[in-house]
Each structure stands twice: as C-alpha cells, then as structure tokens.
Design a protein around this ligand. Sequence first.
Ligand code: 9GP
Length: 852
Amino acid sequence: YSQLKVLDSNKGTTQTNQGVLTSKDAFEESFVRHVETTLARNMYNCDNLAAYQATSNTIRDALLIDWANTQQKQTIQDGKRVYYLSLEFLMGRAMDNALINLNSRDNTKSSLTELGFNLEDVLEQEPDAALGNGGLGRLAACFVDSLSSKNYSGWGYGLNYQYGIFKQKIVDGYQIETPDYWLKYSNPWEIMRNEIQIPVDFYGYVYEDHDPNTGKAKKIWAGGERVLAVAADFPIPGFNTDNTNNLRLWNAKPTNEFDFTKFNAGDYQQSVAAQQRAESITSVLYPNDNFESGKELRLKQQYFWVSASLHDIVRRFKKNHKNNWNKFADQIAIQLNDTHPTLAIVELQRIFVDLEGLEWDKAWEIVTKVFAYTNHTVMSEALEKWPVDLLGRLLPRHLEIIYDINFNFLSDVEKKFPGDRDLLGRVSVIEENHPKSVRMASLAIVGSHKVNGVAELHSELIKTTIFKDFVKVFGKDKFTNVTNGITPRRWLRQANPKLAALIAEKLNDPNYEYLTNLGSLKKLEQFVNDDEFLKRWDSIKFDNKVKLANLIKETTNIEVDPTVLFDVQVKRIHEYKRQQLNIFAVIYRYLRIKELLSQGVSVEEIKLKHYISKASIFGGKAAPGYYMAKTIIHLINKVGDVVNNDPEIGNLLKVVFVPDYNVSKAEIITPGSDLSNHISTAGTEASGTSNMKFALNGGLIIGTVDGANVEITREIGEENIFLFGNLAESVEELRHKHIFEGVHISETLAKVFSAIESGIFGNPDEYRALIDGIRYHGDYYLVSDDFDLFLQAHTKLEKVFGHHGGDANDTDHLHKWVKKSVLSVANMGFFSSDRCIDEYAEDIWNIEPLSQ
Ligand code: 9GP
C-alpha cells in the first residue's frame, strides 16, 4: 500500500504506482486494512457486504490518486473545460466499471478468490446509483465516462438525491412504488467535500441601491431563505487512461444561522423545522420521464443546483484568471441537458451584472457564448413552463432578469421582422396565457449559442415544428444534431464479457483497444461466413439467455425456456413508446394459438407452420401519477397470469414482466435478448439509446422509423433490422383523420379488444380508458394504424429466426439470424458515446483533449 503514490512534484504532476490494482499482495493488504479500520470489523466475520465495502475502498484509494493528478494536470494545462449540467445521472453500479476502466478486474478477482470471496457475489452487493429516470439520465452517465476515456477536461454537475428512482414492486399485477434509500450503507464512491459550501438564496425581495464607488444604480436581492449547497465528488475513471474527471453532486444542508427571533418568541420547533426543510431540496428525484410536474420543490431543486454549480465554476475561474472576464468563454463551456438547468443562464447573467459589476451587454455576450442547449423531446407535456407568479415569488431578481432578456430579444426580433406581432408572441420567453408562464425552452434557445437534437430525425423535427420560429429568427446554423451514443465499456465489456472477449480475440486486440475505437468492430464482417465463429457467437448469446432466464426465475418465479425467441421491451412505460401495441399483439397471438388448438392443430404443427415459441419479456417503470402507463403494466401482468398458467400453451408463449427494471438488470437483459422492441409512434422518440445497447449486444431490432432507429438502419443495413409502421410525415394527417373520420379498428385488433372486454384478463373496466382512448378518443399514438403492420413484421422475422431451439447445428438459423446479429454488431461503431462527445467537443464546445 505504501507504494501507492510516487510523487514527481518537479513536473507538477504525480506518477502513480497503483500497487493495489496490479499486485495481489498490495490488494490484500489494503483490503484487510479497510476491513479492520474503515469498517471496524475483522476478517473472521467479513461477509460479502463487508468484502464489497473493503474492495471498493481499496479501488477508490487508487482512483483518488488518478483523480487528484488529473485535477492538478487540468489546472496546470489551463485549457478549456466543459461542464455538463444534468438533473439526472443514472450511473448504476460503480465497482465493476471502475475495475474495467482501471484494468484491474483480473487482479481483483484473483485476490478476492484467495481471500475466500467470489467477485461476482461481491459485485452484487452494490446498490444501483439510480439518480435518473431513463434515457436522459443514462445518457449523462455515458457522457461522463466518454469525457474521461477520451481525455477531455469535463465535469458533471447534478444533485445527490438521497432517494433515487423508486423501487417498483408488482403486487397482484399492479405497480407499487417503494422508496429507494440507496445510501443505507453509505456510499464508498463519494468523497464528501464538507469544505465546499455555497450559500443559495430563495424568496425575499429586490431593491435598488447605488454603488458607493461608482454611484451607479444596482439591484440588490435581499431577505428570504438561505440553504447551503455542500459538494460530494465522484471520480469518473477513463478507460485505458489516467484521466479521471469529476462528477460533483450537491447536497442541501441548513445554514448555521439560526432564526433567533423565532427562538426568542418561543418558536424553537419551527426554526428547527425550517432547517430540516432545507435538506428536503435534495432528498428525492422526481420520478417523471418525458413529463413535467410543475411543482415548487422541483423549481427549488433546479435553482439550488444551477446556482451552486455556477458559483463554483466562477470561483474556480477567478482563482486562475481573476476578473479577466474576456477569457471566460475561452475557458468554459456549459452544456444544458434539456431545459432543467436553464436558470443557469439567468444566474450567470445575475452574477456578472449584480455581483461582478459588468455591463449588461458585455455580460450577455459572454453568457451566450458559454451555453449550449440539448433538446431531448418534442412532446409538449415535457416542455417546461414555470408560472410567472411562482418564479417571481421564489426568485424575484431572476424574474426581472428574464423580463429584461426577453425585452432585448423581442426588440431584436421586432427590428428584423417589423410588425410581425404573431411571431413576437410565439417566440416570446413569456407565454401570455393563464397562468402566465416562462417558457424554459425559449429561454434556453435565446441564451445559448447552439441548440442540438439527439438524432437526425429529431433534430430535423425540432427545426420544423417546436422551434421553427427560432430558426427564422436566428438562422439555421444555430441548430445542429448530435446523435446519441452509449459507452461500450459498460454496455459491451461489462454487460457482455464473453462477447467482448470473442471480439477482442477476433480483432487480435488483447487490450480491448477497440472499446475506445469502436469503428474497428467493422473487421468482424470478415468472419460472417465462418460457421465456427457463428456457432461461438450463438452459443454466447445462449449463455446470456440462460442468465436472463435465471433472473426471470428469481424475480417472477416464471420459468422460461432459453431456447425460445426472447422478445424484449424494456424501457420507461409510456403511451408513446407503445408497450400497449406490443401486449395487444401478444394477446392476439394467444387467441390465435388457442383457436388453432381448438381446431385440433397440434403444438408441433403450430410451431412449424404458425408461431415459433417465444417469451415476451417486458420491464419498466411508470411515473407514479401516470394512470394509463400503470394500466398498461397491469394488463401485461394479467395477460402473463393467464398465458403462463394455461396448460395447453407450454413453452409456445410466455409473458413476463420483470419488476424494478434498472441499470444493473439492463446489464443482464440486454445481452440476453434475441429481439428488442423500439416501436414508438413515428416522430415521438427523440433518439432512444437502448436500441443501440441491444444492437451492440447482438440482438436484432423490431422498430418504427423513429429516433435513432433511422441511423441504426443506415449503419447496419435495412436487411438487418425489422422496420414497420407509418412514417413521421404521415402522423399529423392520420391524427386528423381519426378525429374527423373516426378510428378504423382492424379485425385483428377488434378480437383483442373483445377478449379484454370479455374479462379474461380481469375486470374490463380497468382497461376501459386504454381501449376507449384508441377507439373513441382519436388514438393519438396510432396504435390502430400500426397494429397489423406490427403483426406482419413479426411473421416475417419469425421466419428468419427459424425453429432452431438452441441447436447450434441448425445452419438455417445460423446463416439467417446469427449472421444478421454479427453484421449489426460489426456496424454499430458509430453509436459509441465517444464519437458523440468528440462531435460536441468540436462543433459545440470547442475543446481539445488534454495532452497526456
Ligand atoms: O425520450 C428521450 C429519448 O428518446 C432520448 O434517447 C433520451 C436521451 O437523449 O432523452 C429522452 N428524453 C427525456 O427523457 C426528456 O426530454
């Protein structure tokens, strides 16, 4: 352990000799020391949990050295840094990822074995850091991994929620939410920085005063409530590099200032309660995905987080550059992950004008160079608007600044488009409605130099729909696309070690360098006619399916046969993602199979001529207040109860709902799928990233022409994906038709509806809203239009899958399905989040990697 750190302070950097990462003796010594000191236990009663804690502390010690060195190096090189502001970082588990990125997995595994532990069991002890809802938060987690792995100087800023996304239980088919107190055993990966405390104010009032030195008028924001933001840092190791960036998450704490007036008035309890309330700001993650709830506490969270982050950033800048504000935009880029951090624009303007005394125009010029905004959705219910009254009460000075920003902006628009009052109304940051509100997306666009969507189709759509007027005002160059990506370290190497190893072997790349150069997967194409290779590929998939079958057995008690087609849809439950389309198709399949059986067709014949055996596997959480999504979950579970308990059906069909879908379950489900569903109504899914994860793990996709499916198709080839459904350009027309001409329910869908209405899946009233929404209320998500196309796509793909039943010598399956699987993996290089971060760095942030 003592050899951990070899300082070479002359060069201003430290070199590391991280013995614990490479030497068994050093690891074991550190492990024992942590058991005895950090945990105050002894080796005789060291269980798996203690082993996890001692191991993570050991790895963390090594990580901290890289982290400290990186911060020192970044400060010395003094290049531009990007700050990624995200209200969600859905990190999942940290240990396995750290072991992989630090290249210490083998040493740790064998050291633990010598100490009497099994690495896999130890890894299982770690709770997921579930500080996010879905794609948006997971994207942020992939981005910080890529920032480190590609040697950029980049920090994440977010909130350190005590309760992450709720845990989902399924009771009698219903979703039940229980709190996720993930910090039960403390978090070895967090470094509490109690010395970094930033006061954040709320409420109060604004008055005008005069600067005693210059005599100029200035605004003072006074009174109100004060909360402290205390930093917790999470080192983010890069893969095959020492570069270790920082993820800083804020905790809300009460100030030491105590309200003595209340105390003297005998109201001690109230002043304590007020202090306790402070902590509630960071206590819980809002469990909504693609939906804004508009709650005051949410706005408080947003301001608390951006204010602390901005003051921290400005403080760091001033340490090196004093008040040389001209350099600010050369040193700092800030990316707004969705509109949640938009108040950062206002806060930086306030810091410059009110606190640092800059002229308004000068300040605004810097602000707009610093910020860039990523839009992640076109869905109106997810676009944030804050009532002016609420915002003005909570942040009175900010509301004034927003009005000033808007006044200047509208004056410019008026000059450019004189007399176009409608345009002014549409682009205004203030929506003159009831209630009057602040449009956060408009504010984000006005205050940023670039706005990007997250896949080509989505980036085009925002330019022609929700942000059309802004394209007119600012010109199209301000709008750009950066297609999302995923980190292949977690989503290939960690989730699918056998496949990652086979690829490394075939690419002759023992150090897995392809993981930071994912384009080299292309070389796999040369093995596509090699039967031995295809068999190995297929048998790895089979092993992963066995693992998934075990997870299903453990969590639902349902047995699925790993030789059948695993047909998966795991993601947040949302009407636009259309899990209802999928379960309706499952119901149809069940009804047809029953019909065939009743006509005397044998199971064997059904398998050969009609339906191959399959397991439909679902997973995902519904926002607690989202009735329709919860109804869909209920229906899936009830269909499962009927189908799985029908003795006639056997392994022809199983329907599974895996409870509490999260990152660590995704690491098992993704590699274990044959087929995954990405079947959103065209034009609604901005990108999707699980589609990338499945394809990178050799699963094929059934999908609509939506989000990143479009580019996945382009990369892997149309023949390797099963596309169906109406296109985005027809959606408006179809919706219109539904309203004016009614919805056409095909014969197949009608059968499904009448089965549900017959009560075989429980009380039909429970599904009334779901069915009526389609039949009588306009079928907004076009389930009726795509249903038969979906069934046809299934028929087609099942022919390709064949009846292989896990038989590696079934050459038909090998040559048709497995080849497609290989070809899709070989062409997924584009979807590495490393490529994505390089694009942001070059086109938006203007930053270069650090020299190593
Ligand atoms: O719904 C999008 C999803 O399509 C995308 O992949 C993800 C990351 O860009 O963001 C999601 N959007 C939100 O969660 C809310 O805007």
